[in-house]
Design a protein around this ligand. Structure first.
Ligand code: RB5
Length: 153
């Protein structure tokens, strides 16, 4: 299923480190309630852990098409975004409010949404997720721009 068409349907992969684990659990319930399939890549503990250990498996699942899109949470969002964006098939975009949740899909067609769990409310996280899932990629000049993101080979 195309990332552009995730309106209450599709398979979403989700991961967090210890800083995002509570929001992740709540978002899984939210997504299941909306009709999405959800694949949880962990962590499921508040014990300190290293975000790349869950970010790489999520990125690989998105790249292989095993899930339609991904959501990742850590304290600032930066560790997750930096790790995910090492994968050539990933455009991970950081969003901390609803407007950026909209634009990260409309302009950047982010196939992984990253959020800073320590700096936003859970209510804001849900609002961002809803906006990102239900916004369409605009294409056009934005398609040209995202095609220029990978390093030339
Ligand atoms: C964990 O303390 C914190 O470093 C992590 O959640 C994240 O913010 C890293 O980018």
């Amino acid at each position: 299923m195309a990332i552009n068409k995730l309106h209450n349907t599709g398979k979403i992969g989700i991961c967090s480190d210890h800083a995002g684990v509570e929001y992740k659990a709540r978002l899984i319930s939210y997504l299941l309630g909306k009709g999405y399939e959800v694949v949880n890549f962990g962590t499921d503990s508040t014990d300190s852990m290293d975000y790349p250990d869950v970010a790489h498996p999520l990125a690989e699942a998105v790249e292989k098409g095993e899930v339609d899109a991904g959501i990742a949470l850590c304290g600032t969002g930066n560790g997750m975004a930096m790790t995910l964006n090492h994968h050539p098939g990933i455009r991970a975009g950081l969003a901390w409010n609803t407007a950026i949740g909209h634009l990260v899909k409309e302009h950047n067609n982010a196939n992984v949404l990253v959020m800073p769990a320590r700096f936003i409310s859970y209510r804001m996280a849900v609002s961002i997720v809803r906006e990102w899932l239900t916004t369409d990629f605009a294409g056009g000049r934005h398609q040209r721009r995202i095609e220029k993101i990978p390093l030339p080979r």
